[in-house]
Design a protein around this ligand. Structure first.
Ligand code: SF4
Length: 216
């Protein structure tokens, strides 16, 4: 708990709001209290949102949720859902890693998720399981190479080297590779590397740290 309190203080120093929810139920309650009827919502692809139950909260008729993954969606509708993130009231996602210094570490393939975290939505709400806490930015990028990216390639059925190795191919040559080292080609899911530090707009990013493990 001491570690989480320190992270919340450091998030605040970085102009982000930090909250602690002891479990998913409490995280869902916090989310419900933030939303208002008719608000516009978009979301990044996130296992944490699904596992926590937050996805079921936002996917409700009382909100205007542009769901880019709904069954039967056409490529054109999916593009519209991506564009809806610009100027929407709330963008929901998780983060690949959260540092003790209150920084967010993320890697994205198409970059829609990191672009929404950086700019566009009025509010960004991140649901972060305790398993995503790391010491610093370097450990955050290693976490991506060892945990987040390999599991995501398996989940998405993408035939990148890490889906078979269980870690980034760059770790075969060097146990501490440059953050951008890795495979090349159309199956690579690591394109945009973003660290969110001190924010210009106070409290736009809200981080709900959950006392459970969520996603990867
Ligand atoms: S760079 Fe390639 S091998 Fe490395 S984690 Fe990303 S997708 Fe996997």
């Amino acid at each position: 708990m001491e570690r989480i309190e320190k992270i919340i203080k450091n998030l605040e120093k970085n102009n982000m709001q930090g909250f602690y929810a002891k479990d998913s139920k409490e995280a869902c309650k916090m989310v419900e209290e933030m939303l208002f009827d008719g608000c516009s919502i978009t979301a990044g692809g996130s296992v944490s949102l699904k596992e926590s139950g937050v996805w079921d909260i936002i996917n409700n008729d009382k909100y205007n949720f542009a769901d880019r993954s709904k069954p039967g969606i056409t490529p054109e509708q999916q593009q519209e859902a991506f564009k809806a993130a610009i100027g929407c009231d709330f963008f929901f996602s998780s983060t690949n890693a959260l540092t003790e210094n209150g920084e967010l570490v993320n890697v994205d393939g198409f970059s829609n998720r990191v672009s929404s975290i950086c700019f566009g939505p009025e509010n960004v709400v991140l649901i972060v399981g305790k398993n995503k806490i790391v010491k610093d930015v370097e450990e955050g990028f290693l976490r991506i190479k060892k945990v987040a990216a390999p599991k995501n390639t398996v989940r998405l059925g993408i035939n990148a080297p890490c889906s078979k190795l269980g870690h980034c191919v760059s770790l075969l040559k060097n146990e501490n590779p440059c953050m951008t080292d890795g495979c090349q080609g159309s199956t690579r899911i690591c394109s945009s590397y973003v660290v969110s530090a001190y924010q210009k707009t106070k409290n736009r990013i809200k981080v709900i740290i959950c006392g459970e493990s969520l996603g990867y």
